[in-house]
Design a protein around this ligand. Structure first.
Ligand code: DX5
Ligand code: ZN
Length: 223
């Protein structure tokens, strides 16, 4: 199968040295950088927004993969694009006008993503498939790193692949991804993996090995 994208979530990075952490995962061979934006409302936790992302985007050429866990994503889409995000993913659960929000993301020159919480059916995507570049399947309830993978989401990945048929789409899975769980979702049709704890564990000297362990785990998957 074609290469699976590895997108480390900096939620598990050392926030006291975020710039160094970005440089370290870049040097360790990540494909994208996953940015978990949390508003303390859609999810209980609170992280960072456009100013921090802008500062970090100056440090790497790797695409920035923004995951907006916020109640009102429409308000700041342009700010995320200007801050250097190439992919912007919103949660279907908070978008009253998902079709319009996805168009706006593309109009800003970014790739448009939709994320689905574990309870959320992919049926919500059926009539917007032509506006979607990426589907982000949450395999934990969003808000925190280091949670256990929910096996229930493997079937959802398969359903999304079937829903899109021959259309090109990136199916990214986020939460509890390790060398043990990664093959389950790649076999089901995922082609991008977010990993926080599995990449950042052990500190910078381990990042290359940790990323390679994920690549090796899915190298022989049918996909
Ligand atoms: C959870 C975030 C994830 C999280 C993944 O709300 O969306 O990106 O950081 O962390 P791990 O890989 O540790 O489950
Ligand atoms: Zn995420």
């Amino acid at each position: 199968m074609s290469e699976v994208i590895i997108s480390p979530s900096i939620l598990s990075a050392n926030f006291a040295a975020l710039g160094d952490e970005i440089r370290a995962i870049d040097a360790a061979g990540c494909d994208w950088v996953h940015l978990d934006v949390m508003d303390g409302h859609f999810v209980p936790n609170l992280t960072f927004g456009p100013p921090v992302i802008r500062a970090l985007s100056a440090l790497t050429q790797k695409p920035f993969d923004a995951h907006l866990m916020v109640t009102n994503p429409d308000r700041l889409l342009a700010a995320y694009a200007e801050a250097g995000c190439q992919l912007i993913t919103v949660h279907a659960e908070v978008c009253d006008h998902l079709d319009r929000t996805l168009s706006q993301i593309r109009d800003l020159g970014c790739r448009a993503g939709v994320s689905l919480n574990p309870h959320c059916s992919p049926e919500v995507l059926r009539y917007v498939v032509d506006r979607v570049d990426l589907v982000l399947v949450m395999s934990v309830n969003p808000g925190f790193g280091g949670q256990s993978f929910l096996n229930s989401q493997v079937a959802k990945v398969r359903d999304i692949r079937a829903l899109f048929g021959d259309r090109e789409v990136i199916i990214e899975v986020d939460g509890g991804i390790t060398p043990e769980t990664a093959p389950l979702v790649v076999e089901a049709g995922a082609n991008a993996l977010v990993a926080g704890s599995a990449v950042f564990r052990g500190g910078p000297s381990e990042y290359q090995k940790n990323i390679q362990a994920l690549r090796d785990a899915v190298a022989h998957c049918a996909g």
